[in-house]
Design a binder for this molecule. Structure first.
Ligand code: GLC
Length: 597
């Protein structure tokens, strides 16, 4: 039986609506970008048992975007273009003519590229394989291609094939190795997706020309000349005809029986599902899938982008991804000289040190039986064991696990190899674990819970007595209103997304189920976007009703609605309604219920 999110996603993907909030990036370009990725389907592990062990059990990998565009770092003729740097050539960014762009090869000389150092960084980070751009949308091959001389050996003064060094270094270090390959888009080869429409001699160029003369031979090259390949990561299939994708998948599986084809091959022919850029889901996703994320907000190196993910943020997104049942591939964008930005490397290494102390949280684990994160952190499972990764340490000395129906055999606080037994009890159906006042770890602390049998959990959201709870609209049931996913780009290619409740009718409501342990007053807030002042009402079914008027804007912001009383422990239904104001503009994202300290 497909779980709620997948059912919901399949339906929504089929009719995805992309709304734009930020200025420059037009609605159409976000929608175009979204459609370029093609549809998504659930792929179960069984489908390809002979492939993808490292993917399925390693759960953490390095993505590398490196190319001619890295030299520019988003700056052309002194002007900075904001957004994903690998698109700098494109009309949505600096719109550099093909001939002018090709001249960049003449100055590409990455003397600071060090394959062993990059592989060591991935290893130190706790990553199990590397996937690097062999050819991106610009059409430049970052390996020695015989099919096209617009490549790093034939066209640059550096005349070196970095992929030979990197694949060898990965093998030596026991890491998997794979290639990103832009199979549809090629902005510099006649006939390529988004590329020139005529050949050099002025004759019309077709996609078939590009496919036969460049794409197919290059996929043959990258799957036969660089040793064992873990993944071939095709991207942005757009409207690429099915027979071409079938041919490429066949070539990959023939030349590399152990290799996976990414979820963005097109026509659902990939071996697993690839979510949208920078998307880490809020609820469990079935089957084999990956989140692709980046250490700042751009895949390729962008000189201005110093907004790096901290070690804790990396762990939060990694554990959330693994807790939802997926694999996390995190990107670095080396500079034009081949060096890895220091701050990215530092965050990766520090998160890696933590993973070395708690490998059981990342490797070979299964999703959380709660199917979503918990207020203090997240959970992964392995048989009848649960590993709680606590980011918000409870100063009250009590950590709360709601809805756990299985009985707890034992609970231990892990500190590296040390294990401290923890007392635990059940209270109104909640499991309460007694913890020391101070967290053993700076970034996140781990508690191992051994159950007497397989995990059996009621995944209902619950108001943590210490931290309260934030519930996203994705988990609401709605009436006389709509619920759908929307995605937008803050900067070009920097994706954000949320499920929201919108199209509110006068009687419209979004209902959230919550479990309360400690009765009393709690502060209720809503995060939403809209236009002008809006009046929101929150009603506890068969209980208190409050309402309040707050302002709104096109950015999601959280506003307090007021205190509400939950008279006794138990389950409650909270109904949220938009009562007055521009209801058409009202877009609800979350409800938060917090204890009053
Ligand atoms: C998108 C971008 C592409 C990037 C990829 C990474 O498809 O177009 O530039 O390489 O996402 O996931």
């Amino acid at each position: 039986m497909m779980n709620v999110r997948n059912l919901f996603l399949v339906r929504v993907t089929q009719c995805m609506v992309t709304l734009i909030v930020a200025g420059a990036v037009t609605a159409s370009s976000a929608q175009e970008m979204d459609e370029l990725w093609g549809s998504r389907v659930v792929k179960m592990r069984a489908d390809n048992a002979e492939r993808g062990q490292l993917f399925d059990e390693g759960n953490y990998a390095m993505f590398i975007h490196w190319g001619l565009y890295s030299q520019l770092g988003n700056r052309v003729n002194g002007k900075t273009y904001y957004g994903i740097g690998e698109w700098i050539m494109n009309r949505r960014m600096a719109n550099i003519p093909v001939d002018q762009y090709k001249e960049l090869a003449g100055t590409f000389n990455p003397v600071n590229f060090d394959a062993k150092e990059i592989v060591q960084l991935a290893k130190d980070a706790g990553m199990k394989y590397i996937v690097i751009t062999s050819k991106h949308h610009d059409g430049f091959a970052m390996y020695h291609s015989k099919a096209c001389d617009f490549n790093i050996v034939d066209s640059t003064p550096w005349k070196t094939d970095p992929m030979k060094e990197l694949s060898a270094a990965c093998q030596e270090a026991g890491l998997g190795f794979g290639f990103y390959y832009s199979h549809n888009q090629d902005w510099s080869f006649p006939g390529g997706g988004g590329g020139p429409r005529v050949n050099a001699d002025g004759t019309p160029a077709t996609f078939d020309d590009y496919f036969v003369n460049k794409c197919l031979p290059q996929v043959e090259e990258i799957t036969t000349e660089y040793g064992p390949i873990e993944i071939v990561w095709f991207d942005t299939p757009g409207k690429m005809p099915k027979e071409y994708v079938e041919k490429l998948v066949e070539v990959v599986h023939k030349n590399q029986p152990g290799a996976l084809v990414s979820g963005r091959a097109g026509h659902n022919l990939g071996d697993y599902q690839t979510l949208g850029d920078m998307e880490v889901p809020l609820s469990n996703v079935d089957g084999m899938w990956e989140s692709v994320d980046t250490t700042n907000d751009s895949w390729a190196y962008a000189w201005y982008d110093e907004y790096w993910k901290s070690p804790q943020e990396i762990l939060r997104r990694l554990v959330a991804c693994v807790g939802r049942g997926g694999t996390y591939m995190l990107n670095i964008g080396p500079r034009g000289d081949g060096a890895v930005p220091e701050r990215a490397a530092r965050s990766l290494r520090e998160a890696g040190e933590w993973i070395r102390r708690y490998p059981q949280v990342v490797y070979g684990t299964d999703a959380s039986p709660w199917q979503h994160s918990l207020p203090w952190g997240d959970v992964v499972s392995k048989g009848n064991q649960l590993f709680l990764t606590v980011m918000e340490w409870p100063t009250s000395g009590e950590l709360y696990l709601p809805g756990l129906k299985s009985t707890v055999g034992s609970a231990q606080l892990l500190s590296g190899d040390e294990r401290t037994p923890l007392e635990h009890e059940t209270r109104n159906g909640w499991t309460v674990i007694k913890v020391p006042a101070r967290a053993p770890e700076k970034l996140a602390s781990v508690i191992e819970v051994n159950l007497n049998g397989q995990p059996d959990v009621d995944p209902s959201f619950a108001v943590d007595p210490n931290l309260g709870v934030e519930i996203h609209a994705e988990f609401a049931s709605v009436a006389q209103a709509s619920k759908s996913e929307k995605r937008w780009m803050e900067k070009f290619g920097e994706w954000k997304g949320t499920v929201h409740v919108h199209d509110w009718k006068a009687e419209g409501r979004a209902s959230f189920e919550v479990e309360v342990l400690e009765p009393g007053d709690y502060n209720v807030s809503l995060s939403y976007a809209g236009e002008g002042r809006l009046v929101w009402g929150v009603t506890i079914e068969d209980g208190e009703h409050i309402q309040n008027q707050q302002n709104s804007s096109h950015n999601y912001q959280e506003f307090p609605i007021g205190w509400m009383n939950f008279p006794e422990p138990g389950k409650y239904t909270l109904n949220v309604s938009c009562l007055e104001g521009n209801l058409d503009s009202a877009s609800l994202k979350t409800i938060r219920i917090e204890p009053i300290h």
